[in-house]
Ligand binder design. Structure first.
Ligand code: GDP
Ligand code: IMO
Ligand code: MG
Length: 422
């Protein structure tokens, strides 16, 4: 399999967790490289549902090593709870999970500032997950953050945390928010630090040793291309590089060690949080929500839904260098008479064939659609390409060609077995 970077090609929640779980069979190591517990990656093992936030989804397969890389921002209290939850469900998390000592730490003041800034923005809010991600990456870029290496050094941590709490309490007071108790934060974080210490290591060296030993690495992207801090619909984005380059900087594995990029996309489009979504459509949203689908894995918020946007996925293929595509949630379209695909935008009198960087322009873009006949047959039992309805295959071929990559996987349900290698 060699070294594979897997990214979301839309606005997140493309089904990366499921596809990671499938591809992990062939991998030796699974690596998270960016984002934090804003991510929610769902994997079904039979009837058991797991939602992974910080721990790579590869943890659910025995004998695989999982890495939380330097580019991730880690809420240690949340990570401790996630590991405990996995263990309670009989998942081995011991000797198979490694946490980078240079990953940055998310603190309660990051979460509180995230919430306060959202409130202040009012109608212009981003609709964040309120996990403190933006403020944590902000501290990292401002060189005022604390790292895992500080967390697991108790005397140093106490000194650094005292200063940080003092400073951030002044800011919180200015917002009219309640200041934090240094003692409480120290106690909670020291307990989490002690718990996490056995996992902490130099993951850059670990990864390079594994590469020298011939290991196959799978890089698990979080969020999606249009939530990327550089390439997304700024400012309605997250605070990390969700595109394929983030896998290199977030792990210390250089570009010339990467062999392929897999892009995951839904057969339609979803987005959770605010910001432009050109193909948004109430009918398809109502249909999917009525089936109990498309509620956020992290926050439970209903996801906004729309038709497949090929302008966006074509851009995603370009920016990420996507070689292979995994298309998920095909079964979500099983009941439709007509399926629309956006192949361009109209901006006033102009036709636009790429995603405008100007958010005001993007907001005004009207999708230009082509229509496909629906297959109106359940696809969830299909296990081979040839078993999919002809109209379904034509639709998948069309959106693959419009995106400009090769179709590798067609997914017709959340279970591992509902996966067709094309
Ligand atoms: P991620 O963040 O990209 O890992 O995606 P999420 O887990 O947040 O959301 C994807 C949702 O789609 C989850 O509920 C998955 O179980 C589900 N899912 C993934 N692939 C398929 C599929 O092919 N069909 C159906 N019905 N559900 C799927
Ligand atoms: P996975 O990995 C979908 C969205 C939030 C908000 C914006 C900024 O499960 O695909 P943040 O909390 O990161 O500052 O929020 O990004 N967002 C996601 N949307 N899937 C995710 O992760 C997301 N992580 C963040 O809803 O619009
Ligand atoms: Mg998700």
């Amino acid at each position: 399999m060699a070294n594979t970077i897997l990214v979301g090609a839309q606005w997140g929640d493309e089904g990366k967790g499921k596809i990671i779980d499938v591809l992990t069979e062939e991998a030796d190591m699974v690596v998270r490289t960016q984002g934090g517990n804003n991510a929610g990656h769902t994997v079904f093992l039979g009837k058991d549902k797991f939602v992974l936030h910080l721990v790579p989804s590869g943890i659910l397969r025995r004998g695989k090593r999982c890495i939380i890389g330097n580019g991730v921002v880690v809420d240690p209290v949340s990570l401790k709870a996630e590991i405990e939850g996995l263990r309670q469900h009989g998942v081995k998390v011991d000797g198979n999970l490694f946490l980078s000592e240079t990953a940055h730490v998310v603190f309660p003041y990051h979460r509180e500032l995230d919430a306060q800034r959202e409130t202040l923005k009012g109608e212009q809010k981003i609709g964040t997950t309120k996990r403190g991600i933006g403020p944590a990456y902000g501290d990292k870029a401002a060189r005022t953050g604390l790292r895992v290496i500080d967390l697991v050094n108790p005397p140093r941590f106490e000194t650094l945390l005292r200063r940080k709490i003092q400073e951030n309490n002044e800011i919180l007071k200015a917002f009219g928010a309640r200041p934090l108790s240094f003692r409480k934060v120290l106690a909670d974080y020291r307990a989490a630090g002690d718990f996490l210490k056995p996992f902490v290591t130099n993951t850059v060296r670990l990864l390079h040793e594994a590469i020298l030993g011939g290991a196959n690495l799978l890089f698990e992207g979080a969020q999606g291309t249009f939530l990327d801090i550089d390439h997304g619909t700024y400012p309605y984005v997250t605070s990390s590089n969700t595109t394929s380059g983030g896998a290199c900087t977030g792990s210390g594995v250089p570009p010339n060690r990467m062999d392929r990029v897999v892009g995951v996309m839904k057969a339609y489009t979803t987005r959770v949080g605010e910001g432009p979504l050109p193909t948004e459509n109430a009918e398809i949203a109502d249909m999917l929500h009525a089936l109990g689908r498309e509620f956020g894995a992290t926050t439970g918020r209903p996801r906004r839904c729309g038709w497949f946007d090929a302008v966006a996925t074509q851009e995603a293929a370009m920016v990420n260098g996507i070689d292979d595509l995994a298309i998920t949630n095909i079964d979500g379209l099983d009941t439709l008479d007509v399926i629309k695909v956006c192949v361009g935008y109209r901006l006033g009198r102009e036709r636009v064939d790429c995603v405008p960087n100007d958010i005001e322009q993007l907001t005004k873009c009207e999708p230009v659609y082509v229509e496909f006949p629906g297959w109106k047959t359940p696809t969830t039992q299909a296990r081979r390409w040839q078993s999919l309805p002809v109209k379904c295959r034509s639709y998948l071929k069309a959106i693959t060609e419009l995106t400009g990559a090769k179709l590798l996987i067609a997914s017709v349900g959340p279970d591992r077995r509902q996966t067709i290698f094309v």
